[in-house]
Write a protein that binds this ligand. Structure first.
Ligand code: ZN
Length: 153
């Protein structure tokens, strides 16, 4: 328990103000790091694998001090990040480059739709496995993630 810088009353580590005199308290850690404090490895991994939006917590975890040396969470965050990049390629870059506004429903459309579906299934599968605390390494994406994890340590 830290003490108030003004009156010496003990204050909660997360408290921004002293409950006795109301003096603002210096932050023990950054606000974001404080939020991460109570997060388990399992829950952090689950957050990374929320389809599409999980990329946001994944990037935050990779940038955070707490997970700097946590290979498990870092691996999952990298894998989620690369899955998101693959999703961007399939859903935005590939249609723009390959189809070039080509109308209708050709074979290319079908292949891209199947790829998108496959990525979505991967995401949900990884989410379920993270909830069961099992680590899954996807082909290619998982290998890239494993390499990034060891490089960054
Ligand atoms: Zn005080």
């Amino acid at each position: 328990m830290p003490f108030c810088t003004q009156c010496g009353t003990s204050v909660h580590p997360a408290a921004a103000f002293c409950q006795n005199c109301g003096a603002p308290q210096p932050r023990q850690t950054g606000q974001f790091e404080g939020l991460l404090e109570g997060l388990s490895n399992r829950n952090a991994s689950i957050l990374c694998y929320i389809p599409i939006f999980g990329v946001i917590p994944a990037i935050l975890f990779l940038a955070s001090q707490k997970y700097r040396r946590n290979t498990r969470v870092r691996f999952n965050a990298f894998q989620a990040l690369y899955l998101f990049v693959a999703w961007l390629i399939v859903s935005i870059a590939a249609p723009t480059l390959l189809l070039n506004g080509y109308p209708g429903w050709g074979l290319e459309h079908l292949v891209l739709a199947l790829l998108k579906l496959g990525l979505l299934i991967c995401w949900i599968y990884l989410l379920v496995k993270a909830a069961q605390e099992q680590e899954v390494r996807l082909p290619i994406i998982g290998d890239l993630a494993a390499r990034s994890t060891t490089e960054q340590l």
